[in-house]
Design a protein around this ligand. Structure first.
Ligand SMILES: *Cc1c(COP(=O)(O)O)cnc(C)c1O
Length: 348
């Protein structure tokens, strides 16, 4: 069966869209994590959001935001971005035939994401400031003609809520715990809204606990105060003043969940552990797995634990040390000898 994209799949739970700009987003794989199951003593799952068309969950929101912008007669779209919003906005704007402007914090965006945005024809400007200032600028520059497609755009959250619908359908009930990385806070807000919608539509009675994970150097929600110069290897969540602060706090509090901080070392170790079970994610996504590993099985409710792995590892190739392949003679004997001896370069 052909997956039609989230707007067609969940038409009954989304605002109506006359003309849908879609690249077939959503319908992403949910695969077990043997390592997390061992650690937590419960069924544990990885939701592979990196399998979306542009390699991150942002596509779920962007199909809604760009469809609505087109319908409203916009002449273009604009966003600030730590990278994945830019890649997604650029792709959906290209699909819609609309120009796309992107404001980036200079030097703070992963290479893969920048390449994507320019490949799709976006016009990119960089500012010597953090993401927060870039967002303020994009917001002020936006208008009815040039629609802001950051997660402050309510259509983004509507679309991103669909990850909750997919989880409920795939598991036959809501998970007991959902763990996801938090930067601006839009996604945890949207995901929590999705579970409540599913319940309010009479499709389930229980709701999951929402656990938000931040990097230690960019953890305003754990500290309870903005962070002036956020620092972390996980560029997608390098945000010191989350735009959806209240929504994120509400999701964790109302669900009986919480926020967890993990170090960059934890994040990189988690990225490697996931890669070791076949799943390559960018550092921000690995933070969710690292945070899930911190949960105490003794106080965890029974049921499924889901880690939302928000973006693909290819987005940020520079986060991973590149191996230098061992040079051997171009003969089958030389290659065979290497294999027999267990040689060959690995992740350094
Ligand atoms: C955008 C993004 C996040 C953070 O989502 P927020 O809605 O900003 O909290 C996490 N991981 C990846 C890969 C992202 O692109």
């Amino acid at each position: 069966m052909r997956w039609p994209g989230i707007v067609a799949a969940y038409r009954d739970l989304l605002p109506a869209a006359a003309r849908v700009v879609t690249l077939g987003e959503g319908g992403t794989p949910l695969v077990p994590s043997p390592s997390l199951e061992r650690r937590l003593g419960r069924p544990a799952w990885l939701k592979l959001e990196g399998c979306n068309p542009t390699g991150s969950f942002k596509d779920r929101g962007m199909t809604m935001a760009v469809s609505r912008a087109l319908e409203a007669g916009a002449r273009g779209v604009v966003c600030a971005s730590t990278g994945n919003t830019a890649a997604s906005a650029a792709a959906y704007a290209a699909r819609a035939g609309l120009p796309c402007w992107i404001v980036l914090p200079a030097g703070a965006v992963a290479r893969g994401k920048l390449v994507q945005a320019s490949a799709h024809g976006a016009r990119v400007v960089a500012v010597d400031a953090g993401f927060e200032a870039a967002l303020d600028l994009a917001r002020e520059a936006a208008s009815e003609r040039h629609v802001l497609v950051n997660s402050l755009n309510p259509m983004r959250l509507e679309g991103q809520a669909t990850v909750a619908y997919e989880l409920c359908e795939a598991l036959g009930r809501p998970p007991a715990v959902v763990v996801l990385p938090v930067g601006n806070g839009g996604n945890i807000t949207a995901c929590w809204m999705g579970f409540r919608r599913w319940r309010d539509a009479g499709r389930c009675s229980a709701l999951p606990r929402m656990v938000g994970v931040q990097a230690e150097g960019a953890s305003p929600l754990i500290r309870g105060a903005p962070v002036e110069r956020p620092q972390t290897v996980a560029s997608a969540i390098r945000i010191g003043r989350p735009a959806s602060w209240a929504g994120a706090v509400e999701a964790a509090a109302a669900s009986g969940g919480r926020f967890v901080a993990v170090s960059d070392d934890d994040i990189l170790a988690a990225q490697r552990a996931l890669a070791g079970e076949g799943v390559f994610v960018e550092p921000a996504s690995a933070a969710a797995y690292a945070g899930a590993g911190r949960l105490d099985p003794a106080v965890l409710p029974d049921g499924d634990v889901v880690c939302v792995l928000t973006g693909h590892g290819l987005k940020d190739p520079d986060a991973v040390p590149a191996p230098s392949p061992e040079r051997v003679a171009a003969t089958p004997e030389a290659v065979r000898a290497l294999m027999e001896g267990g040689g060959g370069a690995r992740w350094p």
